[in-house]
Design a protein. Structure first.
Length: 256
């Protein structure tokens, strides 16, 4: 992937495929989980023993950040010590982990020499991980030297409809396409691809029918196993060289 010699002091951590969240504890029997918007998206209940242990360890109030997946909080950093070096932040996470709070799992970090092996491991489990994070341990949380490396997949689909803005200044204007795969002799809609380049949306507004049936290439972070649709799809280009019947579902093709 990259030469380990570039960042000899850096660490690497797997990136869980979930919802970014913050876990907040202010005492009592509950840890509150909030999303990026600040709204509560979940909670974890603490047994009396865990509450007592937190109190004994001087952990009556803290914030940690992680990924929220299926009722489990995968912690990867401490916001309580956000401005401190990584060693202090991980020590805080390790202390919380030692208490054994049901529903909180701490993601460890690994030497940069394990980068290639960890990247391959995340590729083998795309339903659980969407990449890795390279961490500069001398920097505070969320500093620029932290590098996210996410998976990327590319697939070809067929335009079956246009997407139109439903509100705001561009209400009623085309902005994207509905993509479909060729399955059992017919096109099956699987993925909406928004935010097309302006040069195409102008043409789409003038002659929408000319886009129906065109083959296009799109990329995303991963393919969803049940449908073959893309996560966070992005339009790449039109494929005038590829026939419609070759735009098959890559998930079904992989399994055949």
């Amino acid at each position: 992937m990259v030469s380990n010699g570039y960042w000899p002091e850096h660490l690497v951590q797997v990136k869980v495929d979930g919802v970014w969240a913050k876990a907040t504890y202010t005492g009592g029997g509950e840890v509150i989980i909030t999303g990026r918007s600040g709204n509560q998206i979940g909670s974890l209940h603490l047994c009396p023993w865990a509450q007592l242990h937190l109190c004994q360890e001087g952990q009556g109030s803290w914030d940690i950040t992680g990924e929220w997946v299926g009722g489990v909080f995968y912690a990867f950093d401490s916001l309580t010590y956000a401005e401190s070096e990584y060693a202090q932040r991980t020590a805080h996470l390790d202390l919380i982990a030692s208490i054994g709070i049901d529903g909180i799992e701490v993601l460890g970090s690994h030497p940069i020499t394990e980068l290639d092996a960890l990247w391959d491991a995340t590729l083998d489990q795309p339903e659980a991980y969407d990449g890795i994070i390279i961490i500069d341990p001398s920097q505070p949380y969320n500093a620029q030297p932290h590098i996210k490396c996410k998976h990327e997949v590319v697939t070809d689909m067929v335009v079956t409809a246009l997407l139109y803005s439903e509100s705001g200044h561009y209400e009623g204007s085309p902005h994207g396409v509905q993509g479909a795969y060729w399955v059992d002799g017919k096109l099956v809609d699987v993925c909406k691809v928004p935010n097309m380049p302006h040069k195409y949306t102008k043409q789409m507004a003038k002659d929408p029918e000319s886009f129906i049936g065109r083959v296009f290439e799109a990329k995303g972070q991963k393919l969803f196993e049940k449908t073959g649709s893309l996560r966070h799809p992005v339009f790449c280009r039109f494929r005038e060289d590829k026939p419609v019947h070759e735009c098959t579902n890559p998930i079904l093709t992989r399994g055949s």
